[in-house]
Design a binder for this molecule. Structure first.
Ligand SMILES: O=C(O)C(=O)C[C@]1(C(=O)O)C=C[C@@H](O)C=C1
Length: 373
C-alpha cells in the first residue's frame, strides 16, 4: 500500500520521528528477508548437496530487480530503487555463501566497478593481472565467478576476451554495462602545465584521442597495462618530483589520491563498456535473455549468408556479429554471435540446430539475463 502525501508530517521533529519508525520497520523486514535467504541456502544444500549447491542465481536476481522497477511508484527513481535492492540481495547472498569474484585488476579499474555494479558490495574481490588469469581463476574453482570487459562503444571489441572463450568450458552467465568517464589526473604536488607524459591503458588513450590532440598535443602518451596502473605510476612519479599525468576513472583517482585536472575527457559522452560475467553453470531462462555463440564457418562460398539466413527466417534478433581469425586454418574465421532469447526458447533452439548443420562447429557460450542496471 502506498503512502499518501497528506499522511506525511510537516514539522522537522515529527518527520524525524516518522523516519526513525520507518527505519526500524525497514531494518526488521530486511533481516526477515535475510533469514529467508539463510533458509534458501539450507534448502539448496539439502537438495543439491553441500559441495555442489548453487547459491548465486542470476536469473532470479534479474527477475527480482525487474519487479522492483516495475512496481516502483517513486519519488525514488526506478534505478535508484533497484540499486538499493541490488545491495540487499548482495548481502543476502553473502550470508548464504560469500562469493569470490575474479576481475581484470588491479583494484580501481572499470572492471572492478562493473563487478560491484553487478554483484553489489558484499563480495570478496580478487583482482587479476590479465584476462586469461580471470578465466583460469574461475576454471580452477579458486573464484566463483569472473568479470571481463568484452566491448566498448568507442573502441569496439576486446579481442583477448573473445579469444579466451575458445579453449574454455566456462559459460557466460551475465552482462553489465558501465558508463566510462575518464579524468586527466596528476599528483597534488604536480603542476599540470609541466606534464610531459600521460599514462593510461591503450583503450583509454584511444577513447580520449581527440581531446588529447586538442589540449595536450605535446605530451607523450604511454600505454600501460591498465588505467589504475597508470594512476599508480602518476602517484609514484609525483613522489619523485616528475610531472606525469594519468587518465583514469574516479575510483582510481581516489585510490591513488590524485587531483582531477579535467573531468569527463572522453571523446564520446555516451562512452560505455560492456562486461561479461563468467562462471561454471548454465543459467535458466529469466524471461528476458540473450545468448552468445561461437560459430566456425565452413570454408565455402555463401557460408556466412547461410548462417545469418537462419536467424532471419526464425525471427531471432541478432544483436552482434564479430569475426576473428580461426587460428587453426589460414584465412579461416570464427564468428561470435549474440542474439535476443534463451537457448531453451523454441525459435532459438531451431536456429542453433540449423547452425549445427551448416557450420563446422557451434559452441553455446551461454544464455544469460539482459542487464537490468
Ligand atoms: O532465490 C534464491 O535462490 C536465493 O538464493 C535468494 C537471493 C535473494 O536474496 O533474493 C539471493 C541470492 C541469489 O543469487 C538469488 C536470490
Amino acid at each position: 500500500m502506498s503512502t499518501k502525501k497528506d499522511d506525511i508530517p510537516t514539522t522537522l521533529p515529527l518527520l524525524r520521528d516518522r523516519i526513525d519508525a520507518l527505519d526500524s520497520q525497514i531494518q526488521r523486514l530486511i533481516n526477515e528477508r535475510a533469514m529467508c535467504a539463510e533458509k534458501v541456502a539450507e534448502v539448496k544444500m539439502a537438495e543439491q548437496g553441500v559441495q555442489s549447491a548453487v547459491f548465486y542465481r542470476p536469473e532470479r536476481e534479474a527477475q527480482v530487480l525487474r519487479r522492483v522497477m516495475e512496481r516502483n511508484e517513486g519519488p525514488l527513481g526506478n534505478e535508484e530503487m533497484a540499486k538499493i535492492f541490488r545491495q540487499i540481495m548482495s548481502s543476502c547472498l553473502a550470508l548464504e555463501k560469500p562469493m569470490r569474484i575474479a576481475f581484470l585488476g588491479p583494484v580501481g579499474t572499470f572492471t572492478q566497478q562493473a563487478a560491484l555494479k553487478h554483484f553489489g558490495n558484499s563480495i570478496v574481490s580478487a583482482p587479476m593481472a590479465a584476462i586469461d588469469e580471470v578465466f583460469r581463476e574461475v576454471e580452477s574453482g579458486a573464484a566463483n565467478y569472473g568479470v571481463v570487459p568484452v566491448e566498448n562503444s568507442t573502441e569496439g571489441v576486446v579481442n583477448h576476451t573473445l579469444d579466451s572463450f575458445r579453449g574454455s568450458r566456462l559459460k557466460i552467465c551475465g552482462e553489465v554495462e558501465v558508463r566510462i568517464h575518464h579524468n586527466l589526473l596528476v599528483a597534488p604536488n604536480v603542476n599540470p602545465d609541466d606534464v610531459t607524459h600521460i599514462y593510461s591503458h591503450q583503450q583509454s588513450l584511444a577513447q580520449c584521442r581527440a581531446w588529447l590532440d586538442r589540449y595536450w598535443p605535446h605530451a607523450e602518451r604511454v600505454a600501460v597495462s591498465s588505467n589504475a596502473e597508470g594512476a599508480r605510476l602518476a602517484e609514484e612519479a609525483g613522489k619523485n618530483g616528475k610531472a606525469v599525468a594519468a587518465i583514469a576513472g574516479d575510483i582510481a583517482s581516489e585510490l591513488y589520491s590524485l587531483s582531477v585536472v579535467s573531468a569527463n575527457i572522453e571523446d564520446h559522452p555516451d562512452n560505455t563498456t560492456r562486461f561479461l560475467i563468467i562462471g561454471n553453470e548454465k543459467i535458466p531462462p529469466s524471461g528476458k535473455d540473450k545468448t552468445s555463440l561461437l560459430v566456425s564457418a565452413k570454408n565455402e562460398p555463401g557460408a556466412l549468408y547461410r548462417l545469418l539466413e537462419s536467424f532471419e527466417r526464425h525471427g531471432v534478433d541478432m544483436t552482434r556479429l564479430e569475426t576473428r581469425p580461426s587460428l587453426i586454418s589460414k584465412w579461416g574465421y570464427v564468428f561470435y554471435i549474440d542474439f535476443v532469447g534463451h537457448c531453451e526458447d523454441a525459435q532459438c533452439r531451431s536456429v542453433i540446430e540449423e547452425l549445427r548443420e551448416r557450420a563446422s562447429e557451434v559452441k553455446v557460450l551461454g544464455s544469460y539475463p539482459v542487464a537490468v542496471l
